[in-house]
Structure formats: structure tokens, C-alpha cells
Design a protein around this ligand. Structure first.
Ligand code: 8X3
Length: 248
């Protein structure tokens, strides 16, 4: 199957890799994100007949409305929504965390995601399309400093499964993708430090944006009668640790 994919957060990482991978497989893509120059670079690289760029902030409801209602005819029939935009901010435990950062994560990872989904649902239903939501292993496995980030990703996973119930009979497919450690700008944004980012990934062979893009394309390429509910992925170098016990 090919068609038109609407990819949020396409300025870097998994989103940009997905734009490249889907176009290589014959799809057209609408790419969105905050940094217009990066989106325009994708248009230049992949071709204006394949890529349409719209710069907006996932927290700007009016901008999302305008973007969705003014898609050029060649890109207006969205067959697949890839809800990739999202971020983690901070690694502090809850009792030391910054409330503004918590709210920004909820605004983007939860409110922005449901807003864009709501606005594209009529088109996706009309075209018997699909939705792929980027959740995380943090949805399932708690870790110190995960707090609100983990909470937002648990929301994304459960929202995906619940969407499936509501969309029953429409032919629309919904998938939750739950990656562990992927080397992107994710850790730089979370910690604000290039050194911390390099330290985390050093010697680990993390997954890449291209790894996840390949998975997304595989999900989208399944026959129309098959729904992939959820996929959890980690690099071999990442696994699970035990519970912690406080003594007094
Ligand atoms: C983030 C996953 O494993 O890098 O979504 O914390 S991990």
C-alpha cells in the first residue's frame, strides 16, 4: 500500500527518517514540526511533488486547524497519520521536577496528539486509513525520573488501543509503537546537554531513527485485513532492572 502520510515532529530523528523511508517506498508525505528550515530542507531533498511541509507548534490549536483545512489538493487525502511529535523534558524525580516542563510534555505528547488525531479522523475514516502512534517502553516500565513523560506515553498506548475499539467497523487501523533507546535529539532535548547525550549513547549501539522508520513502513505495508496493535522494541544493549527497596 502507498498513499499520503501525515508525519508530525518530522524535523529530526524518527520523524525525518520516516519521511525519507516512506517517500523512498512511493508514499507522499506531509511533514510538520516547529523548525520550518528543517522541513524545507526535506522538501528540497525529497522533492516538492512528494513532500509538503507545514511549520506549526503542536500546542497551537488554531495553527493545526489552518494546516489541516488548507492542505493542497495533491496532499489532502491523508491515508496514514504518524503521531511522532513528542518530547521528554528533565530527568529529575517528581519532587524536584519543573512544573512548566511537565505541562509542556502533556501539552505536546497528549493534548497535541489527540488534537491532530481528532481533526484528521474524518479523512482517515473516509479513506479507511491508519494511525500509528509513537509511544515508548516508558509506557510500560517505570524508571526514576520518568514520571510525567512515562505517564504521557502510557496515555498514548492506551489511547491507541481505545481508538481501535471506537473505530471498530470503519476499517481504520491503529498501532502503538513503543521504542526504547533510539539515538536522536531526544536525549539532548531531555537533558539540555550534548555531553550527557553522548555519554548515554556511548558504546551502546542504540536503535536509530531509520530502524524505527523501517518498522513504521512495515506496519503500514501489512494487508488491509491485518492490524498490528502494538510493537515494543529495544536495542540489544538495553534491558530491564529490578525493583528498588527502601530500608529505614
Ligand atoms: C524513551 C525510551 O528507553 O530512551 O522513550 O528512556 S528510553
Amino acid at each position: 500500500m502507498t498513499g499520503t502520510a501525515f508525519i508530525t515532529g518530522a524535523t529530526a530523528g524518527i520523524g525525518a527518517a520516516s519521511a525519507r523511508r516512506f517517500v523512498a517506498a512511493g508514499w507522499k508525505v506531509v511533514v510538520t514540526g516547529r523548525r520550518a528550515d528543517r522541513l524545507e530542507a526535506l522538501v528540497t531533498e525529497l522533492g516538492a511533488d512528494k513532500v509538503h511541509a507545514i511549520a506549526f507548534d503542536m500546542r497551537d490549536d488554531a495553527a493545526i486547524d489552518l494546516a489541516v483545512s488548507t492542505l493542497p489538493p495533491a496532499f489532502a487525502g491523508i491515508d496514514l497519520l504518524i503521531n511522532n511529535a513528542g518530547l521528554a523534558l528533565g530527568t529529575a524525580p517528581a519532587q524536584q521536577a519543573d512544573l512548566a516542563q511537565w505541562r509542556q510534555m502533556i501539552d505536546t505528547n497528549v493534548t497535541g496528539l489527540v488534537t491532530i488525531t481528532h481533526k484528521l479522523l474524518p479523512t482517515l475514516i473516509a479513506r479507511r486509513g491508519g494511525i500509528i502512534n509513537l509511544s515508548s517502553v516508558a509506557a510500560t516500565y517505570p524508571y526514576r525520573g520518568g514520571n510525567v513523560y512515562g505517564g504521557t506515553k502510557a496515555f498514548v498506548r492506551q489511547f491507541s488501543l481505545d481508538l481501535r475499539s471506537d473505530l471498530h467497523g470503519t476499517g481504520v487501523r491503529v498501532t502503538s509503537i513503543e521504542p526504547g533507546m533510539v539515538e536522536t535529539e531526544f536525549t539532548l532535548i531531555r537533558t539540555g546537554s550534548q555531553a550527557a547525550s553522548e555519554r548515554l549513547y556511548d558504546g551502546t549501539s542504540p536503535m536509530t531513527g531509520e530502524d524505527i522508520a523501517e518498522t513504521l513502513l512495515w506496519v503500514a505495508s501489512q494487508p488491509a485485513h491485518l492490524n498490528i496493535n502494538a510493537i515494543e522494541l529495544m536495542p540489544v544493549s538495553q534491558s530491564f532492572a529490578g525493583f528498588q527497596i527502601a530500608r529505614h
